[in-house]
Design a protein around this ligand. Structure first.
Ligand SMILES: NC(=[NH2+])NCCC[C@H](N)C(=O)O
Length: 476
């Protein structure tokens, strides 16, 4: 018999509807949107675009639209649950309320792939662009020994470690400081991409878009899986549930605004890039956006500006994703499913200091030393699995708690969440057999940890054996 945690209990324990629990409510709608853009727009468009173009040609625009559709269904689900249960745990907490403790633990476990592992991967992408930028600015080239892991012929990837350390410092200092930095970075990266679109379109030629789909449907499908990574992160907005001023109203709005904005932006960037210099020239090219601008303007200044934009953009992804990871671990820790150290909030800075430092150290290690290409697919499949579960949680919660106050409801229920599940399963299928085997192994380890630790230490279990109706007494 699985244990469920009612939405009422989740909200009551987190102190989400009142001030003064530990975390501080400082984020308004604008900051939430910036936080979303911060978490979403990064390596996917600045680094990954050329891979998707290599697979799909100009048809990549369709790939970006398909990836967006997958995300939109799921974004509706996050909007409904984020507005109804505004707590830091995001999908983990939604699963706890809708599908029970075991599923929730596995969701939290998969979130380590979506957040933790992706932070390492994104930090490595950052390192590449820093090298680009230093090179174009001052002609400085970092020695390979210090800018790549052992897998790529180096010793340690120092820039990747530095960006994680910088994010950790900001996060420890306070949410207001992080939110300010995030807002500034989000505005800057949007400006850089809009400038890119404008420049690209001045050189637009219809001919560059033909043949539109050189590799056919298969290419567009493969491009979709690649493009999907660039949309990941909108769910991170729900991890700010306890730090938003008016989460019930603003979280759903911020999610939907972000996904709409980012879809338009990505499609326009892809069209501008390919329209300007053609799919063959973009496909597979490193730092493709800088290259396009250099080609169109005939100088290297513009490309340098784009590289700067990429450095800022990717750094803000690291910041936002690390923030999300610490908040999710905090929720799991509060529930007793992982050790208590992750839930301690410093009274001085109102941030989970120890948890943040642990996350920084643990994910800086793979960023410094591990070859990460191998794990990107694992990160994608884990994210998709979480998304599928969140769609199911919408359905389960409508049944379990029909009276729950929902500020946003998914349209066309239950068709939308079911389509959300279907799209996620399809993209999971596309990741291939090797990834599935790795993922099965990963889940098995998670299940073992739950049985050996989580299940026994669950605070919910200490209250009542099944569904708990009363809030657990405050532990700290
Ligand atoms: N949970 C996350 N936000 N993961 C990383 C997202 C990566 C981001 N979409 C990018 O393109 O760089």
């Amino acid at each position: 018999m699985p244990r469920f945690k009612s939405s009422h209990l989740l909200v009551a324990e987190s102190g989400a509807d009142r001030e003064g629990h530990g975390l501080r409510r400082t984020m308004g709608l604008f900051q939430l949107i910036c936080f979303g853009v911060g978490a979403i727009v990064g390596t996917g468009i600045f680094v990954g675009l050329s891979d998707s173009v290599a697979q799909a040609g100009p048809g990549v625009v369709v790939s970006f639209l398909l990836a967006a559709i997958t995300c939109v269904f799921t974004a509706f689900a996050f909007a409904e649950l984020g507005g109804a249960i505004p707590v830091s745990g995001s999908s983990y907490s939604f699963a706890y309320a809708g599908l029970g403790e075991g599923t929730a633990f596995l969701v939290g476990w998969c979130l380590l792939l979506e957040y933790g592992v992706s932070v390492s991967a994104v930090a490595v992408g950052w390192s590449q662009y820093v090298n680009e930028l230093l090179d174009s600015l001052v002609g400085l080239h970092l020695p390979t020994a210090l800018s790549a892991g052992p897998g790529e012929g180096g010793v340690v990837n120092l820039p990747a470690v530095i960006v994680i350390a910088m994010a950790a410092v900001l996060l420890v200092r306070g949410v207001r400081e992080s939110a300010r930095a995030t807002a500034a970075m989000a505005v800057l990266k949007l400006a850089v991409l809009v400038a890119f679109i404008a420049i690209g379109f001045t050189a637009f030629e219809d001919g560059n878009l033909t043949p539109f789909s050189p590799t056919g449907l298969a290419g567009i499908g493969a491009g979709t899986t690649a493009a999907f990574f660039s949309y990941i992160g909108f769910d991170a907005i729900t991890t700010a549930g306890e730090e938003a001023k008016n989460p019930r109203r603003d979280i759903p709005v911020a999610i939907l605004v972000c996904i709409g904005l980012v879809t338009l932006l990505y499609c326009a960037v892809a069209l501008a890039a390919i329209g300007a210099i053609g799919g063959d020239a973009v496909g597979g090219r490193p730092a493709a956006l800088s290259y396009v601008v250099n080609q169109v303007t005939g100088s290297t200044v513009g490309g340098g500006v784009i590289a700067f934009g990429a450095v800022v953009a990717i750094a803000s992804v690291v910041l936002a994703v690390m923030y999300g990871q610490t908040r999710i671990l905090m929720s799991m820790s509060r529930d007793g499913l992982i050790p208590r150290v992750f839930e301690k909030v410093s009274p001085k800075t109102s941030t989970p200091v120890a948890g943040t430092l642990i996350v920084a150290v643990v994910f800086a290690l793979p960023a410094a030393f591990a070859p990460l290409d191998a794990v990107v697919n694992l990160c994608t499949i884990g994210t998709l699995a979480v998304m599928a579960v969140v769609n199911l949680a919408v359905i389960a919660l409508r049944r379990r708690e029909p009276g729950l106050a929902r500020t946003f409801r998914v349209p066309l229920y239950p068709v939308t969440p079911l389509l959300g599940v279907a799209f996620c399963l399809y993209l999971m299928y596309e990741t291939g057999a090797t990834t599935w085997i790795q993922f099965a192994g990963f889940l098995a380890v998670g299940a073992a940890l739950y049985l050996l630790y989580g299940r026994r230490n669950s605070r919910l279990a200490a209250v009542t054996p099944t569904d708990a109706a009363e809030p657990v007494p405050e532990a700290v």
